[in-house]
Design a protein around this ligand. Structure first.
Ligand code: DQA
Length: 150
């Protein structure tokens, strides 16, 4: 893994509709603005990112398979799938490079059904609760992991 390695930044269901969701949890940015922030921070840090969003579980699983096949590091906001998708956890467990689970909100401070993460147990680490800065922090952490591995 090198710093020229492409990091897949994967986003799950309803994240494309951030402008219509609760700002107290998710912050002020809409999805295109979040996408741009991730691109800009990655560029500042000298990282290459491929940012994707899908509402579809099978598509997300396909992208995790692709990351596993090519040893891509992954920053992943599985959104609602976090809390119940065994299939997404099983796909995430196939990854060989680091996986950082990211959330805009802090799921542990919200409804009880959000307190379970199917992904956390197979992730390198989890960052949540800092709104869009969760992604910034995830990119900084990923850079550290990549450099430590060079
Ligand atoms: C989320 C938290 C999830 O509980 C929720 O279903 C989402 C977004 C977050 O980024 O805070 O859709 O993953």
């Amino acid at each position: 893994m090198s710093s020229t390695e492409t990091i897949l930044v994967l986003n799950g269901p309803n994240l494309s509709r951030l402008d219509l969701r609760e700002r107290t949890h998710y912050g002020e940015l809409n999805y295109p603005q979040l996408h741009k922030l991730v691109e800009d921070v990655a560029q500042e840090l000298g990282l290459k990112v491929d940012i994707r969003q899908s509402d579809d579980e099978a598509t997300l699983i396909g992208w995790l398979h692709e990351a596993a096949d090519h040893s891509h590091p992954v920053i992943f906001n599985p959104a609602a799938f976090t809390h119940y998708s065994v299939a997404i956890r099983d796909a995430a467990a196939l990854l060989r490079a680091p996986l950082i689970e990211v959330h805009l909100s802090n799921p542990l401070a919200r409804e009880e059904f959000r307190h379970t993460s199917m992904i956390a147990g197979v992730a390198t680490g989890t960052i949540g609760g800092f709104k869009e800065d969760s992604y910034r922090l995830a990119l900084i952490a990923m850079k550290g992991l990549i450099e430590a591995n060079q």
